[in-house]
Design a protein around this ligand. Structure first.
Ligand SMILES: Nc1nc2c(ncn2[C@@H]2O[C@H](COP(=O)(O)OP(=O)(O)OP(=O)(O)O)[C@@H](O)[C@H]2O)c(=O)[nH]1
Length: 301
């Protein structure tokens, strides 16, 4: 008899259109910021794992990029990540946005999720989350729940076994019930991570992601898509992050007048790092990197 007998664990893939709140939800479920978030679509560029520990249970969430119609090699890569994360899972959580109608993009997400869990009882391993409850009126929430249920009926028949959970990832409302439902669906399995581990994201990637998150918060317009970040030097307390953009005009925006934008970003990132670190930000022009598979691979996306 192994010491893990009776332990339950599994991989829980979180999917949805861009911007529906997948990363915010995973952070809330894990109780720690494992994935960066922003009001811009396609913020998440690689699957990020976040671990929820419960006595005798462990859920490994996989936060995926938003499923979308790709317009670049990067976009295609993001969708590939979603497809790969749907290949081997124990539970799938499909996230919809309560503030808008259930549309064709959502139906694609539901169809892919259903395909991942299979028919009949397999459907019990799929949960649909209606997020951003705090921003929708009760009547809207009810209408969207009905739309989601109808979409599931269209795809899987009227006897489908998929449960729906209205939540607010931002306020936390409904998230405890969702966590219970997910944990109850975990199969028997070993703990994959030690209790102190909340994410598998390497520290150097996390620092680069924090820089990108603050750039997304500070820089206006369409530019965020053209930004990528990587940590190129790590010699504690000195950190150097390279910010890639596609054009010299974008470089000027990211630097800001007299370096104002970079300074603001640096300050906001440093507040989230251990005290005493020296963060250097350096902007580099890498033409058309979003269209170049070699550049995308080098960036680890
Ligand atoms: N009002 C409200 N806003 C939310 C909620 N959850 C997420 N958001 C906001 O929605 C935006 C997108 O959230 P993310 O968590 O980055 O969304 P995502 O689905 O991971 O986005 P992609 O990486 O683009 O796929 C952010 O501005 C969040 O603060 C919620 O429950 N209520």
């Amino acid at each position: 008899m192994g010491e893990d007998q009776g332990f339950r664990s599994g991989f829980v893939t979180v999917v949805g259109r861009p911007n529906v709140g997948k990363s915010t939800l995973v952070n809330r479920l894990v109780g720690s910021k494992v994935s960066i978030t922003s009001p811009r679509p396609n913020t998440t560029r690689r699957p990020v794992r976040g671990v929820l520990h419960r006595p005798g249970r462990q859920a490994v969430f996989v936060d995926t990029p938003g499923l979308h119609r790709p317009r670049s090699a990067l976009g295609a890569r993001l969708n590939e990540h979603v497809a790969e994360s749907l290949e081997d899972l124990d539970v799938v959580v499909a996230v919809l946005d309560a503030t808008g109608d259930v549309g064709p993009g959502d139906r694609l997400v539901l169809a892919r999720s259903l395909a991942a869990v299979g028919d009949g009882r397999g459907q019990e391993r799929m949960l649909v989350v209606l997020n951003k409850l705090d921003r929708a009126r009760p009547a809207e929430v009810l209408a969207r729940l009905a739309q989601a249920d109808q979409a599931l009926r269209d795809l899987a028949g009227s006897g489908h076994r998929v449960e729906l959970y209205p939540v607010s990832a931002r306020s936390g409302r409904g998230v405890a019930e969702l966590a219970e439902a997910i944990v109850a669906r975990l199969p028997e399995g070993p703990p994959y991570y030690p209790p102190e581990v909340l994410t598998d994201l390497p520290e150097e990637v996390r620092v680069a992601e924090l820089v990108r998150e603050q750039l997304l918060a500070v820089v206006e317009d369409e530019l965020p898509h053209a930004i990528a970040c990587r940590l190129v030097e790590w010699d504690w307390p000195r950190l150097r992050v390279e910010i890639l953009v596609e054009r010299p005009s974008q470089k000027a925006i990211v630097i800001g007048r007299g370096g104002a934008v970079l300074r603001r970003v640096g300050e906001r990132v440093r507040r989230q790092l251990p005290p005493g670190c020296y963060l250097e930000l350096h902007v580099v022009v890498e033409p058309r990197w979003q269209q170049r598979p070699d550049a995308i691979e080098r960036l680890g996306y």
